[in-house]
Design a protein around this ligand. Sequence first.
Ligand SMILES: Cc1ncc(COP(=O)(O)O)c(C=O)c1O
Length: 482
Amino acid sequence: MASIVSRARGAISPLMQRTKPIAKQALGAAVRSRTNGNVLTPSVWGLERDDAGRLLVQGIALDDLVERHGGPLHVVDGTAVRANAARFLQAGPDGKPLVEAYYSYKSNPVPGILQLLDRLGVGAEVTSHYELWLALQLGVAPEHIIFNGPGKSEEGLRLAVERGIQIININQLEEVERIAAVARELGRRPRVGIRVSTSGTWQGQFATHASHALDVFRAARATGVLDVVGLHQHIGGHIGSVERLAAPVDEVLDFVELVEEDGFELEILNLGGGLAVPTTYNFTQMDHKNNVHFGKPLPVPSVTEGLTIEDFVNVTHQHVAARYERRNRPMPRLMLEPGRGMTANTQMLVTRVLTERSTPDRDFLFLDAGVNVLPGFVSEYHHIFANTDPAGATDHEYRLVGPTCAPWDTLLHSWYGPELHTGDTLTVMDTGAYFVPMATTFSFAEPGVLLVDEGREVMLRRGERFEDIIALDKGVDGQDLV
Ligand SMILES: Cc1ncc(COP(=O)(O)O)c(C=O)c1O
C-alpha cells in the first residue's frame, strides 16, 4: 500500500513542480490587486515631507538625525508624547480630567521618557522590584506609583510598603498573607487593591476571577493590617471598539456592587490599560499567508476606525459614572494604566539598507534592524515609510529582511515602496511600546533612543557599544574584558 502511495506521489510531484509556480503567479496577481484601499500618510503621525520628499519630524529630516546620532535609531517625538498625555488627562469637556493615568513602565522603560511622563502628570504603573526601584530613583512621588504584577518579590513588596506607595494590587489570595507579613514586620498599613478578572479579560495567572475575588477582599480585610481601598481590572489585548471595552467594564461593575454591599468603601477603581493604537493591529494567519505566498500587502488599517484616547477615557468614565449615579453613590477615583495607548505612536525607528540582492523572483533589502530590534513584527502590522519618497510610490516590491541569522528574520515578505538601494533609509512607525524592552542583543548591539522635543535633540539612551555588551562579563580566568 505504502509503495503505491509513494509511486503515485512520485508521479504527481514533477507535475506539481511545473504547475505550482504558474498557479501561484496567476493567483498572486489576483490577490495582490485586492488591497483594502486604506492609505496612511506621514501626517497621521504629525510628520511631513519636504520638497525633496524627505521625511521630517518636527521639521528635522530623519535622515539627518541618523547622520548625527548613528543608526539604527529610535526617534521619540516629544510633541506626540505631550499630546497623548494631555489627551488621557484632559479628555472631558473643556479639558476636564476624567481619569488619573499611570503609565505602564514595562511597555517602554526608557528613563528619559518616564521622566517626561512624570513631569506631564502621568503616574507610574510598575510590575517588578526593578520597575519600582526605577520609578523611585527617577523621583516619582510614592503616591504616584501603583504596584501590580503576578509575581512580586519579597524585596519589591518591602520597598513598596516602606515607601508608602499609592496602592499595591493583590493578584491572588496567596499574596494577601505575604503582604500582610511585610506590613506587620515594618509596622505599616499599606493601601491595597484586589485585581479581578471577568469573562472579557486576561485570565490564567493574572488576577482572581470575580467568582472567587470576594474571598480575597475579605481575607485582606481580615489581616487587620491592610487598608483595602481599591479594585483593579486589566482587560488586556488591543482594545479597538466600544463593545470590547464596555462589556468587561460593565461586568466588573456588577462585581463592584457586590464588594461595596459587603461593606468595602472603594476609593479607587483602576481599569488598567489595553487601548489599541489605530495604526497597528495583530494580523491574522491569513493576512500573513497572503503576504508570504501571494505578495498581498498586509491590510493597511483605517485610522477612522477603532478608539481614540478620548473615546477610551470617555466610554470608560461614562459607564462607571452611570452605574454610580444609578446607585446614588459617589464615584471612586478612576484610574487607567495605558502603555501602548500612551507611547506606541510617539516613537519610530529609522533603519538603513545595508545591502540588496535581486533574484529572478524577488528583490531583497537587507536592513540594519531586524526582529532583534523590531520584535513586534512577528505578529503586528507596523507601517513603514521610505525616508525619501517624493511621490509616495508603491511600484517596487521588496522582501524586507533583517541582518540576523535567524530564519524568521523577515520583517515583511512583500513590501511595496519606491525604488531603494543600499544606503537608503526607511522609518518603521509605532515602535514606542514593547519594542525597546523586548529587543535583544542577538549578534548586534541595540539602537539608541533619541528624543526630539521643543527644539532639542536629547540622546535618552545612546546606542549600545560592543564594550557595553560584555561589560558585565568576566573572562575564563575571572579577568575584566573591557
Ligand atoms: C496590569 C497592566 N496594566 C497595564 C498594562 C498596559 O497595557 P497596554 O500596553 O495594552 O496599554 C498591562 C500590560 O500588560 C498590564 O498587565
